[in-house]
Design a protein around this ligand. Structure first.
Ligand code: ZN
Length: 279
C-alpha cells in the first residue's frame, strides 16, 4: 500500500495545485469509499463551495484544509490514488469521488480495491491540528519523532518484535511493509529483535535510518511495485523500487555483505532481510 513517501509525494504535488482553489462540484458514487460517512451527503455538504487552504499529511493520511472547520481526509489504503485530470478525458476506471475545481480541472479519488477511504473530520487542538478522528495515531515517522532518546521511549517496554512495532500506526505513523524492511536493513537490525531490547547504538542507527530511508524514497517519488497500484497525481509511477536494498530482493546479494537476502512469509506478509549483517 502507499506508505509515507508515496503519500508525501502526492501531498507535495497536490498542495500547489489545490491551494486557493474552490471546489465547485462534487460527485460521490463510491459507497465503500465513503463508509465512514454513511453516504455522499456529508461529503458534499462539507466540501461543496469550500476553498482549499492547504494540504497536510500525518502518517499515511492526507489532510485537505478548507476555509471551514471541516478537514477533508483521504486515506489511500491498498490501491487508492488521487488524480488531477482534465474532465473532458475519459473517466479513469474505479473513480469513486470527483471534485470539480474552479479552474476547470477535476480531482478524482480512484480506488480499484476500495480499502481506501474519504471522510470529513474536524481540526483538533495543538499546532498539528490533527483531527480527533486520527488522535489514535502515533507521531509522524518523518516529522514527529525527536532524537534517539524519544524513539527509545516509544519502543521501551515493547516485547513484540521490532518489525510489527514499526508497522503499528499507534507507535509511529506512516511506515508499512516496504519501508519497515528497508529501514531495518539500513539499521543493520534483524526484524525479529524485541523492540524494547535495542541498544543505544542500535537506536541511534534506527533513528538515522528512519529519516534517511524515507527522505530517499520521497526524493525518488515513492515506490511502485507490481501488485500494488501507487501512482502520483498525473498517473506516473514512482522510482524508488529501483533503489530497494531488502524489499522484494529474495535470493539477491545483500548490497553490504553479499549474502543472499532472505524472505520470511508470516501472517500474509513477507519480510526481507539479510541473515548475515542484520543482527
Ligand atoms: Zn548483508
Amino acid at each position: 500500500m502507499p506508505e509515507l513517501p508515496e503519500v508525501e509525494t502526492v501531498r507535495s504535488d497536490l498542495r500547489p495545485s489545490l491551494t486557493g482553489r474552490r471546489l465547485v462540484g462534487v460527485v460521490a458514487t463510491g459507497q465503500r469509499s465513503l463508509r465512514r460517512l454513511g453516504g455522499p451527503g456529508p461529503l458534499v455538504e462539507a466540501t461543496l463551495g469550500a476553498t482549499v487552504r492547504g494540504v497536510d499529511r500525518h502518517g499515511k493520511y492526507l489532510l485537505v484544509r478548507l476555509d471551514r472547520p471541516e478537514v477533508l481526509v483521504v486515506h489511500l489504503g491498498m490501491s487508492g490514488q488521487l488524480r488531477l485530470v482534465d474532465p473532458s478525458a475519459a473517466e479513469i476506471p474505479h473513480t469513486h469521488v470527483r471534485w470539480r475545481l474552479d479552474n476547470g480541472s477535476e480531482l478524482c479519488f480512484v480506488d480499484p480495491r476500495t480499502f481506501g477511504e474519504v471522510f470529513v473530520a474536524h481540526s483538533g487542538p495543538g499546532a498539528s491540528r490533527l483531527p480527533v478522528e486520527l488522535a489514535h495515531l502515533g507521531p509522524d515517522a518523518l516529522d514527529g519523532i525527536g532524537g534517539p532518546a524519544s524513539l527509545a521511549r516509544r519502543l521501551e517496554g515493547h516485547r513484540r518484535r521490532i518489525k510489527p512495532v514499526l508497522l503499528d500506526q499507534r507507535v509511529v505513523a506512516g511506515i508499512g511493509n516496504i519501508y519497515a524492511d528497508e529501514i531495518l536493513w539500513a539499521s543493520r537490525i534483524a526484524p525479529d529483535r524485541p523492540a524494547g531490547g535495542l541498544s543505544p547504538g542500535e537506536l541511534r542507527r534506527l533513528r538515522v535510518a528512519l529519516r534517511s530511508v524515507l527522505l530517499a524514497a520521497i526524493e525518488h517519488r515513492g515506490s511502485s511495485i507490481a501488485d500494488r497500484q501507487y501512482r502520483d497525481l498525473s498517473g506516473a509511477v514512482g522510482g524508488h523500487q529501483l533503489h530497494h536494498q531488502a524489499y522484494g530482493r529474495e535470493g539477491l546479494a545483500c548490497g553490504r555483505c553479499g549474502e543472499p537476502i532472505r524472505r520470511v512469509r508470516e501472517y500474509g506478509r513477507s519480510t526481507f532481510s539479510c541473515p548475515r549483517c542484520q543482527r
